[in-house]
Design a protein around this ligand. Structure first.
Ligand code: HSE
Length: 436
């Protein structure tokens, strides 16, 4: 039988890794797939640029459409990133009857609904394991391994750069800006590091996981995102003193009112396994009604680690080449005509508990004013901690942990606290999750 011919768009970190991993493990991969697999063509930005893989036996071009239009190619692997050219290339590949593998989380989160419908029409598959948490097979786990469950919620550390920054701040007392520069130099960060630190990259990945968990269309525009740039050394330290760690989590939860879809810094008890996922590593905790909590941990970025997921997708497609398109695993885990229109909840309707850090004047009655405001909004205090005045300037940090309350009540309370003449600056709010 002829080898399955694969065309790769982009031979950068992930594309080069894909060639390397496929070639290094070709004997076992062929035994697993049941067919020979050959990368015959690749599109590169410049023919003069060196790549991290050998390009022997691969016809190179700078015109990605040439690969997509090559009648011999059965699987197109899109690894160029971005959402414009990548969208056009993937769409054309589908129209040409080719299967697609992609690591492009933004493409799937923003255009997945359209692309999956097109793929369905054309009897082809778009595989995107590498788009979420790099080498961790979280999509396969949720779509197949947990298919018996009603998934209740999931929470993930799904951006390695952000996790590296928070870990270095906690362990080494380093400053945010300094650690970000190192993450960029190490090649972890997105081309625009705002995608990492402001939670956009994590929201792309969370959007995809929420759809697979709950059988809803992709709705990136409804995801709430808050970054980590406002987290200070002070908050990391106080959280530690109270038995918590601050992690940048993507959380999605099914409630009676709708689906929560949110990325924000989160205090979690330090004894939870996921609280101990450090550096650039990723982890996703999934709560199924039958299985209970399951945790998936591994490298969320990097050349070979991401290639591991890309090559696994190629193998899956090769195995499914001869199957009836109607009987393949659905893109979003649920049959497309059964996707639900469950609403995504606005952040103001989300219920959670909070860490508040308030800088106040060291004067009698200030604490009473703050607790009165919280009480009026129905917010119950779980713990309260007043530190020594800072630098003899009469400013006292007050740390309050609250019980669960709907976000709109907390918004109202914070507004009133900030209006007190004895409160010096904005109230720092970090949401808390027990993940129990
Ligand atoms: N910038 C991303 C991260 C790369 O830091 O996790 C993997 O998506």
């Amino acid at each position: 039988m002829q080898a399955v011919k694969v065309g790769v768009l982009g031979l950068g970190t992930v594309g080069g890794g894909t060639v390397n991993v496929l070639r290094r493990n070709i004997i076992d991969i062929t035994r697993r797939a049941g067919r020979d697999i050959e990368i015959t063509r690749a599109a590169v930005r410049s023919l003069d640029r060196s790549t991290i893989c050998s390009t022997e036996g691969i016809v190179l071009t700078t015109d990605a459409m040439e690969v997509v239009n090559d009648p011999e190619i059965q699987i197109v692997v899109e690894l160029i990133g971005g959402t414009e050219l990548a969208h056009d290339l993937v769409l054309k590949a589908i129209e040409n009857g080719k299967h697609v593998v992609t690591a492009n989380k933004a493409l799937i989160a923003l255009h997945g609904n359209e692309l999956f419908a097109k793929a369905q029409e054309n009897g082809v598959t778009i595989a995107f394991e590498a788009a979420v948490a790099g080498g961790i097979p979280i999509i396969k786990a949720m779509r197949e391994g947990l298919a018996a469950n009603s998934i209740e919620w999931l929470a993930g550390i799904i951006n390695g750069t952000g996790n590296f920054i928070l870990t270095e701040m906690r362990d080494k007392g380093r400053d945010f800006v300094d650690v970000l520069a190192e993450a960029q130099a190490l090649g972890y960060a997105e081309a625009d590091p705002e995608f990492d630190v402001e939670g956009i990259d994590a929201a792309h990945k969370l959007t995809i996981m929420a759809s697979i968990a709950f059988g809803i269309p992709l709705q990136f525009d409804k995801a709430f995102t808050e970054g980590i740039s406002k987290i200070s050394q002070e908050d990391v330290k106080y959280a530690g003193e109270l038995g918590y760690r601050i992690k940048h989590l993507g959380i999605t939860k099914k409630t009676e009112q709708g689906v929560e879809l949110r990325v924000h810094p989160t205090l979690i008890p330090h004894r939870r396994l996921i609280a101990n996922v450090d550096g650039v590593m990723n982890a996703v905790l999934v709560q199924g009604d039958a299985v209970g909590p399951t945790l998936y941990y591994g490298a969320g970025a990097g050349s070979d680690a991401t290639a591991s997921a890309v090559v696994a997708d190629i193998i899956d497609i090769v195995r499914a080449l001869t199957t009836d398109p109607e009987n393949r695993v659905p893109h979003l885990a649920f049959q497309p005509d059964t996707l639900a229109d469950t609403p995504i909840l606005p952040m103001s309707e989300v219920v959670t508990s909070y860490y508040l850090r308030i800088h106040t004047q060291d004067k009698p009655g200030v604490l009473a004013d703050i607790t009165r405001i919280l009480g009026e909004q129905g917010i119950s205090i779980e713990a309260i901690l007043q530190k020594q005045p800072e630098h003899h300037n009469g400013v006292v940090p007050v740390i309050i942990l609250t019980q669960e309350i709907v976000e709109k009540n907390m918004d109202a309370a914070i507004k009133q606290i900030e209006a007190l003449s004895s409160v010096n600056e904005s109230v720092m709010r970090v949401r808390m999750e027990s993940l129990g």
